[in-house]
Write a protein that binds this ligand. Structure first.
Ligand SMILES: Cc1ncc(COP(=O)(O)O)c(C=O)c1O
Length: 402
C-alpha cells in the first residue's frame, strides 16, 4: 500500500471512531416520497431535493427517454466545438421565460454555472460582496475568479453589506452574490434590501436560487417572485435543474442577452466541458412545463412544509424558522447528527445529518426536506420517528413524560 493510501485509510478510520464517517445508502428505486434502500427496504424519503415530486414524473421521464432515443447518450464534446442540440435551445428559451429574463444558458451543473458567471465577470475592475453562508460553489467560484476586491458580509445582514460596500475600494464593477434560499439554514436572503442596496451602489445582484425555484413564490419562480423582483433591477439568476426542476442534473444562468452570449463565448465550463446531455435538457424542460401548467404543486408543497414544521414543533424539537422546504433541526455535534439519521433509517425514515465541514463545528443538524409528493400521514410518521430518535439520544425528554 502506498504511503498516501495508508494515510487516507487512517483518516477514514479516525472518522469512523469519531462517529463522523458518512455511510452513503444505495438506492435501488427512483427518487420519490418513498425509496428502496439496499439493506433497509422501502423508507420514507425526506432528504432529497425532489421538492415537487417531478424526478420520477411519468412525462418528465418520458421526455428524457424520447430525447435519449433521438439524440443519443450525450453531446460528445463541448458546445462550441461540436454544437448544441435542439433540447438545449428549447430549454434555454423556456428557462428565460420562467425567470423573466432575456436569455438563459445551461451548464452541466449549477456548480459550473456559478463558477462560470463569477469567473467571467470578475477581473481587475471588479469587487465582489458575498454572504457568509453562500453555497460552496459561490465561495470557491469567487476564490478561483480572483476579483480585485472581495468582502464576505455577515449572513443575511444588509447593514453589514452596506458597510462592506462603503469600505471597498472604488471599482468599476460591483457584484453582490447571494443564495436565494440558504441550503443549510433554509432561510431566505433579504431580497428587497439587497436589491435596494445593489441599486444604490450600481451593483449587479447575482442570486443562486437553487433551493427556491419550484418552491418559493406563488408559481415557484423563487425568491425573485416572492419579493416582486422579476424583471426589476440589475439581477442575474443562477439555479439548478437537479432539485425541484426535474431532479436530474444541470444548472443555468438567466440574465441579459449580452451576459448569456458572453458566457457562451468565454466562460470556462462552456469552453472546456461538455454540454448538458440532451436527454437531461428535455426532461428538465418537461419538468418546467409541468410546473408552469400545474402551479398548484407549489401550494401543496407549501402546505406540506407547514404541516411538517407544525408536526416537528409538536414533538418538542425546535426547527430553524423559515418558509422554504428545508427544515433544519440543530443538534450540536456531528456524531449526534449522524447517529440520529442512522437511527431514523432503522425506523424507516431517510433524513440526513449534516456536520462539519458542511456546517460550522457545534452546529450539526438534521435537515428535513419536504416534498409535495408526500402524503400527510407520511409527514406525521416522519415526525414521530424524528421524535423517537431524538428522545433515544437524549435530545428530548422521555416521550411518556412529555
Ligand atoms: C445553493 C446551491 N447552489 C448550487 C448547488 C449546486 O447545484 P448542482 O448540483 O446543480 O451543481 C447547490 C446544490 O447543492 C445548492 O444548494
Amino acid at each position: 500500500m502506498s504511503a498516501l493510501e495508508a494515510e487516507l485509510r487512517a483518516e477514514l478510520g479516525a472518522m469512523g471512531e469519531a462517529g463522523t464517517l458518512k455511510r452513503i445508502p444505495v438506492l435501488s428505486s427512483p427518487q420519490g416520497p418513498t425509496v428502496q434502500i439496499q439493506g433497509h427496504g422501502e423508507v420514507l424519503c425526506l432528504c432529497s431535493n425532489d421538492y415537487l415530486g417531478l424526478a420520477n414524473h411519468p412525462q418528465v421521464v418520458a421526455a428524457g427517454a424520447e430525447a435519449l432515443a433521438r439524440y443519443g447518450a450525450g453531446t460528445a464534446s463541448v458546445r462550441f466545438i461540436c454544437g448544441k442540440f435542439v433540447p438545449h435551445v428549447e430549454l434555454e428559451h423556456d428557462l428565460a421565460a420562467f425567470a423573466g429574463t432575456e436569455s438563459a444558458l445551461t451548464y452541466v451543473s449549477c456548480w459550473n454555472a456559478n463558477a462560470a458567471v463569477l469567473d467571467a465577470l470578475c477581473d481587475a475592475r471588479t469587487a465582489v460582496f458575498s454572504d457568509r453562508l453562500n453555497h460552496a460553489s459561490i465561495i470557491d467560484g469567487i476564490r478561483l475568479a480572483r476579483p480585485a476586491h472581495k468582502a464576505v458580509y455577515e449572513h443575511a445582514d444588509p447593514d453589514e453589506l452596506r458597510r462592506a460596500l462603503a469600505a471597498a475600494p472604488a471599482t468599476e464593477r460591483r457584484l453582490i452574490v447571494t443564495d436565494g434560499v440558504f441550503s443549510m439554514e433554509g432561510d431566505l436572503a433579504p431580497m428587497p434590501e439587497l436589491a435596494a442596496i445593489a441599486a444604490e451602489h450600481d451593483a449587479t445582484l447575482i442570486v443562486d436560487d437553487s433551493h427556491g425555484l419550484g418552491v418559493i413564490g406563488e408559481t415557484g419562480r423563487g425568491v425573485l417572485e416572492r419579493f416582486d423582483l422579476i424583471g426589476r433591477g440589475d439581477v442575474v439568476l443562477t439555479g439548478t435543474l437537479g432539485k425541484a426542476l426535474g431532479g436530474a442534473a444541470g444548472g443555468f444562468v438567466a440574465g441579459g442577452e449580452g451576459l448569456c452570449a458572453v458566457l457562451e463565448q468565454r466562460s470556462r465550463p462552456q469552453l472546456y466541458s461538455n454540454g448538458l446531455p440532451p436527454s437531461v435538457a428535455a426532461s428538465a424542460r418537461r419538468a418546467l412545463t409541468e410546473l408552469r401548467d400545474n402551479p398548484a404543486l407549489v401550494g401543496r408543497l407549501r402546505r406540506n412544509t407547514e404541516a411538517m414544521r407544525a408536526a416537528i414543533a409538536a414533538t418538542g424539537l425546535e426547527p430553524l424558522a423559515g418558509e422554504s422546504a428545508i427544515v433544519p433541526i440543530i443538534v450540536g455535534e456531528t456524531a449526534t447528527a449522524i447517529r440520529i439519521s442512522a437511527r431514523l433509517l432503522e425506523l424507516g425514515v431517510y433524513v440526513t445529518g449534516f456536520g462539519y465541514p458542511v456546517v460550522p463545528e457545534g452546529t450539526a443538524r438534521v435537515r428535513v426536506q419536504v416534498s409535495a409528493a408526500l402524503e400527510p400521514a407520511q409527514l406525521e410518521r416522519a415526525a414521530g420517528a424524528l421524535a423517537q430518535a431524538a428522545a433515544e439520544l437524549g435530545l428530548l425528554g422521555d416521550p411518556a413524560t412529555r
